[in-house]
Design a protein around this ligand. Sequence first.
Ligand code: NAP
Ligand code: GLV
Length: 393
Amino acid sequence: MPGADGPAKNFCTGSVLGIVATAIGYQEIPYFAAIRRALVSSALSRSRQRPARRRSEIWYVVQITLNARDIGMTKGALAILVHGGTDNWSPGRWQARFDDVCRDRRVIVLPDPKAEPADVHYAAVWKPAPGELAAFPNLRVIFNLGAGVDALMADRSLPQVPLVRVAVDDLTGRMTGYVVLHVLMHHRQELYLRQSQRDRRWQPRSQWAAAAISVGIMGLGTLGANAADVLSRIGFRVSGWSRTPRQVNGVTSFHGAAQLDAFLGGADILVCLLPLTSDTQHILDRDLFRKLNRTSPLGAPVLINAGRGGLQNEADILACLDDGTLGAASLDVFAQEPLPLDSPFWTHPKVVLTPHNAADTDPDAISRYVADQIARFEAGGVLENVVDRNRGY
Ligand code: NAP
Ligand code: GLV
C-alpha cells in the first residue's frame, strides 16, 4: 500500500489474511488467528497515539470481527463414509450420533449427490473403497471409525492428512472382555465340558489354577496392554511382545524380532492383538506355533486371534490343529470376511469362531471421541492417536 503508515498496513494485511483465511477455513488454522490478533493489537495501540486515523482503523477492526463471525458459521462439513453391515455400521445411526455431537457443523452421509466435495473438511470412515477419499480437496483429518487401519493403509491415493484411529475405553473394555472370556474358556476346558454335557458324560478333568497357565500377548498397545493387565490380576502369568520396549505392571515384556522366540517359548495360550502391517502379515504360521510351550498343562498350546485375519496362515492353523501342534483356537478374524460357507473353520471341533465382533465399534462412544478431537484440533490443540504411516499402524 504506497504511502500507508504502519497501523493502516497492519489492518490491510489483517483484512487480506481474513479473506484468505475465510476461503481456506480459518478456524482450524491457529497461526492465522495469532497473526491477526498481533496485527490488530499493534495497530490499536499505535492508533491510540494517532487519534486522527482512529476512525478508519476502527472500521478495519469491525471488518475483521465480522469476518471472524462469518467464519464461525461456515465450519467445514464432516462426511460419513461407512458401507453398512451390522446395526452399528448403519449409516443412519452414525448420522444421528454425529448430528447430536456436531450441532454447528453439517454432517453428510456419503454418497450424497448434492454434497459439494470442497465443503468436506473431515471424513469419518470405515473401510472406504480405495480412491474414495481422494475426491475431497479440502480434507483436514481422516477419522478411522475403528482401531485397525490396515484397509486405509492399502489405499495408495489416501490424502496426506492426519489419519486418526480409535483408541477409547469403550472399545478397549470390549476387547478385554473377549480376551478374558476366551482365555478362561480354554483354561477351564469349556470345549470338553460342553461336549460332555451333550454326551451326558459326568467325567470331570482336573482344573489348574490360573497361576499355572502362561498367557502370551502379541501386541502390547492400547488393547493388548489392558487385556494383559486384567489377565494378570485374575492370576495368570502374563507376558507381552511388542515392537519397542513396553512396560505393563505384572507383565513380563519382550520386544522385537530378537526376543520373539523367548516370548513364544513361555506361552501356553497365545493371544494375538497385533495390527496388520507388512511386518506382521502371516506371522501366525506353523513355524511360530511350533515355538510355543510344548509342555503346557493344557496339553497343547492354544491360539486366540482377534487382530486381523491377514495375520494368520489359515492352512497352517488347520493343519496344526489336526496334528496336535495346537490344542485349540479362538478365531474372531479371517482372511476373507464373511467367512465363506464352505470354510472348514465353521465345523472344526477345536475351533471357537466369532464373526469379527470381539470389540464392536460403538457409534455413541466413537462419535463423541471424533467430535472432541475436532474441537481440540480447531482450537489449535494436538490430535490424539494419529497413525504413523511409516509403521503402518
Ligand atoms: P496399538 O495400540 O497400535 O498397538 C499395537 C501393538 O502391536 C503395539 O504394542 C505395537 O508395538 C505392536 N506391534 C506392531 N507391529 C509390531 C511388530 N512388527 N512386532 C512386534 N509388535 C508390533 O493397536 P490396538 O489399539 O491395541 O489394536 C490392535 C489391533 O487390534 C488393531 O490394529 C486391529 O487390527 C485389531 N482390532 C480388532 C478388533 C476386533 O473386533 N477383532 C477390534 C479392534 C481392534 P509398539 O508398542 O512397540 O508400537
Ligand atoms: C475392528 O476390527 C477395529 O479395528 O476396530
